[in-house]
Write a protein that binds this ligand. Structure first.
Ligand code: SF4
Ligand code: SF4
Length: 413
């Protein structure tokens, strides 16, 4: 597909043209916080801040969504229906002395309660502009889950929105000290899940359409998008190479899955989780954490069923109705988050459940660093203890306390 060039001052016109046929969502700064919001004419897209606080996943997988409305009604008996006159399936009379027997499928001859259900699923066409390649890759990782493990658990809510969403990613020019996408097979100009990639160069963007949806965007822009010159394409390549070279590689991925498995009972999990306050922030900001719970709200006879993001640090997350909780201790829940991303999910889907965006590192209120956890618990048994005594991942950059957490001899936090 031909590589294009868009002048920076033509971007609002492109977004405006796209907004005629779809909801356009982009990063904007409001009250000092960058977040994805619907685009409006006159608002400036924020591309200087590398990552919005929240990933754009909520535009496909909302934090809270009502998907059923239901109501209970009392129905009067159907006209002509009488009690005590029905027969069983084989023609013999059913019901005891004085009982009101009712044939299968017949209306009972007494007032009875029925439930009316209305399914809801809003999926407007939408374009997400300004997400980073790690966020687009996060959608691909969620696709595997909501796609239903071969279709068996296919999720119509997520998939109907995903099908009408176009992802226009912007290359990361200046990765943060918390980024580690390259350690996980990604890169600042990664293309996985991206429909068109925009790379900022002198005076504008080099635009690479990568899918049919990306081509459609190029078609929408019309004359504002011309063919990129060789010099512009070369500049874009230089931006990508320089950015890739800036990304920290904090650990070698090889062996982590097996070592997490081998370290499952290691007391190091207790030590590492001491600082965690189970707030769940790391899961909410993550572009691929997908757990949710389902609740009903009923007011008198009208109700709604909704699903809402859940998080595996929540003590109630795995509690069963019997009261038994297979992850009763905080260290069990803490271990689950990292093991899920680098062991259980890879075993099931043959890929990772992390893109190395670093949001969980930036926003954890107690500065727990996934790179530190993986360097310690993803090391060979024996080496884990040694590393715990010496590892402190870029404390100056993250603001984390220096050194490893104080050992607790396995005492539960
Ligand atoms: S686990 Fe952390 S670094 Fe990995 S994708 Fe989620 S927020 Fe980003
Ligand atoms: S953000 Fe930090 S403190 Fe909060 S649950 Fe995650 S690891 Fe624990």
């Amino acid at each position: 597909m031909a590589i294009k060039y868009l002048k920076a001052d033509a971007l609002p016109a492109l977004l405006e043209a796209l907004a005629k046929n779809a909801r356009v969502v982009a990063p904007f700064k409001r009250d000092g916080v960058v977040q994805f919001e619907p685009w409006q004419s006159g608002k400036d897209v924020e591309l200087d801040v590398l990552l919005a606080k929240q990933s754009p996943k909520e535009w496909v997988f909302p934090q809270c969504e009502t998907y059923l409305k239901f109501g209970y009604r009392m129905e009067e008996p159907a006209q002509g229906a009488t009690a005590g006159t029905a027969t069983g399936a084989e023609g013999e009379a059913i019901g005891g002395e004085g009982a009101a027997a009712v044939a299968a499928g017949a209306e009972p001859a007494i007032p009875h309660e029925t439930v009316e259900v209305e399914a809801l699923n809003e999926a407007p066409a939408q374009v997400i502009f300004g997400l980073r390649p790690c966020d687009a890759r996060g959608f691909v990782q969620m696709d595997q889950v909501f796609g239903g493990y071969g279709g068996f658990y296919f999720d119509p809510l997520y998939n109907s929105r995903r099908a009408v969403t176009t992802l226009l990613a912007v290359t990361c020019r200046d990765p943060r000290s918390t980024c580690f996408c390259t350690a996980l097979g990604g890169c600042p100009a990664g293309q996985e899940g991206v429909d068109a990639l925009f790379t900022q160069v002198e005076g504008g963007f080099v635009v690479e359409p990568l899918t049919e949806k990306g081509e459609a965007v190029v078609g929408t822009a019309g004359g504002d998008l011309g063919d990129a010159t060789e010099a512009q394409a070369a500049e874009a390549n230089a931006v990508k190479a320089e950015a890739t070279g800036k990304v920290d590689v904090p650990f070698a991925l090889e062996g982590i899955r097996d070592h997490l498995h081998d370290n499952i009972d290691d007391p190091g999990w207790h030590d590492l989780c001491m600082r965690c306050i189970s707030c769940g922030t790391c899961t909410y900001v993550c572009p691929n954490c997908y757990c949710f719970s389902i609740n009903d709200e009923l007011v008198e006879s009208e109700g709604e069923r909704y699903r809402v993001w859940d998080n595996c640090f929540n003590p109630l997350y795995t509690e069963e109705t019997s009261g038994h909780n297979p992850r009763a201790q905080k260290s069990n829940r803490f271990r689950n988050r990292f093991s899920h991303k680098f062991w259980y999910y890879p075993d099931k889907y043959d890929s990772l459940l992390c893109t190395g965006c670093g949001r969980c590192i930036m926003h954890c209120p107690t500065r727990i660093d996934i790179r530190e956890v993986l360097r310690i618990m993803g090391a060979a048994p024996g080496a884990a203890a040694e590393r715990a005594a010496t590892t402190a991942v870029t404390p100056a950059a993250t603001g984390a306390p220096t050194g490893a957490p104080a050992p607790t001899d396995g005492k539960e936090a």
